[in-house]
Design a protein around this ligand. Structure first.
Ligand code: UGA
Length: 441
């Protein structure tokens, strides 16, 4: 067994918490991942990752075998003996749009209860600005005896599902918001292995770190909605949105990332964070309607795709529509706020029957929308369908045998919600092809 640098607890083993725990263990720390969901902990103790994330299973197995990573359903095991404890519990959306922080408060109380002395408590969950302030009061109330020993740090995460491990182990930046030199020093030590490999550590006050996270996600969502609005315009003006994005993106002030037009964004972060950011702004007395407009344009992206299907098929009643890709993005089995499922519901409510295929997210999709049929093979999905809609751009869809697909389909129609397919090739094969934001469609 190799010697481990720092003992660290991670409370909450969802996507962010588990990736954080595994990444910290692989940096050489001794990590205890804690979750109140006993069933999940039983799986983790057994070495099983409860969701799909490329590379995570292998690294988790390796770190558990080397003794650097363990799991528990009791907070004391994550806290006692640790120098740092991360709080990475869920912050779901309330009906008002605000983040529900009950789990964060409960986790902080629990950590405080077991704290034995000096401890850095890290906000890893995405929380509104001002949460650290609240947490500090909570900790002081819970443990007045440790008022000067319990430090709050905000260390937002910027990892993306599907490439979460790489994002955690080779981050473009690590953001640390803290108030004392002691807390900064602890976090520098914790992330030392990444800093040694050239990763940049940014140190700010806590409110700045909290706000940077929401501002980053909101800005990325803004880029997506901007290009989707441009796509609507391109369709009317006879221009090509991909070429426009390319022309814009070559300006280093703009950059090419997150300018892929299509069905828009989904997932557990952008929709929730945008709503929470708007609520936060309004709580501080600042109206930020731009954020609502970003969300509106995102909804419009699904409407526009549904309209293409209607346009291609005329009546949707008695039509069978095959959705290719159900996850909110490739590389994950997460279907939360997946545009594919919003589209599926829309088409189904208008009378179409909907069949879906996804390399990994099929079961989750079926749970979310049981009215849909889910099959295990793209050719089976195409069988007797009147139209294919590409919703999630999994790489394997580049390898499809289109002649075979055509022979399975009732009508040879493809609506491309991600501009993923080669238009010329499909047209040469006799498909009626409908991409997003291109002339003539
Ligand atoms: C996002 C951020 O990218 C991460 O930095 C952040 O840490 C994370 O949220 C979080 O707050 O936890 P994630 O939601 O996993 O990560 O996925 P993204 O790669 O950002 O994609 C979000 C959505 O935008 C997907 O539905 C994707 O299909 C869509 N998208 C992305 C587009 O429609 N067009 C693009 O050009 C890029």
């Amino acid at each position: 067994m190799t010697e481990r640098h720092m003992r660290t607890g991670v409370v909450g083993t969802g996507h962010v918490g588990l990736v954080t725990a595994v990444a910290l263990a692989s940096m050489g720390h001794e990590v205890v991942g804690m979750d109140s969901d006993q069933e999940k902990v039983a799986k983790l103790k057994d070495g099983q990752v409860p969701f799909f994330e490329p590379g995570l299973q292998d690294l988790l197995t390796k770190e558990m075998e080397s003794g650097g990573l363990s799991f528990s359903s009791t907070s004391s095991e994550a806290v006692i003996g640790s120098e740092v404890v991360f709080i990475s519990v869920a912050t779901p959306t309330r009906s008002s749009g605000e983040a529900n922080l009950v789990a964060v408060e409960d986790a902080a109380k629990d950590v405080a209860h077991h704290a034995e002395g000096s401890l850095v408590i890290v906000e890893k969950s995405t929380v509104p600005t001002g949460t650290a302030h609240r947490l500090r009061s909570t900790l002081r109330r819970e443990r007045p005896d440790l008022a000067d020993e319990l430090e709050i740090v905000c260390n937002p995460e910027f990892l993306r599902e599907g490439s979460a491990l790489r994002d955690a182990l080779e981050p473009e930046r690590i953001l640390i918001g803290a108030e004392s030199e002691r807390a900064f020093a602890t976090m520098r030590r914790l992330y030392g292995p990444l800093v040694d490999r050239g990763c940049e550590l940014i140190e700010t006050d806590i409110a700045t770190a909290e706000l940077t996270k929401h501002a980053s996600n909101a800005f990325l969502a803004l880029k997506i909605s901007f290009i989707n609005a441009v796509a609507r315009l391109c369709e009317r003006a006879g221009a090509d949105v991909d070429a426009v994005a390319d022309g814009m993106g070559r300006d280093s002030r703009i950059g090419p990332a997150f300018l892929n037009a299509g069905l828009g964004y989904g997932g557990s972060c952008f929709p929730k964070d945008l709503a929470a950011f708007e609520r936060l702004a309004s709580r501080f007395g600042y109206q930020f309607p731009l954020l609502r407009e970003v969300a509106r344009i995102n909804d419009e992206a699904v409407d526009a795709c549904a309209e293409k299907v209607r346009e291609a098929l005329w009546n949707l009643e008695n039509k069978r529509i095959a959705l290719f890709g159900l996850a909110f993005k490739p590389g994950t089995d997460d279907v939360r706020f997946a545009p594919a499922l919003t589209l599926a519901r829309r088409l189904w409510s208008e009378g179409a029957s909907v069949v879906g295929y996804d390399p990994v997210a099929g079961d989750n999709a079926l749970q979310e929308f049981p009215e849909m049929e889910v099959v295990k093979d793209p050719y089976e999905a195409a069988r007797d369908a009147h139209c294919i809609v590409l919703c999630t751009e999994w790489n394997e869809f580049a390898e499809l045998d289109f002649e075979r697909l055509k022979s399975e389909l009732t009508y040879s129609i493809i609506v491309d919600g991600r501009n993923f397919f080669d238009a010329q090739r499909l047209e040469d094969l006799g498909f009626s092809y409908h991409p997003t934001g291109k002339p003539g469609f």
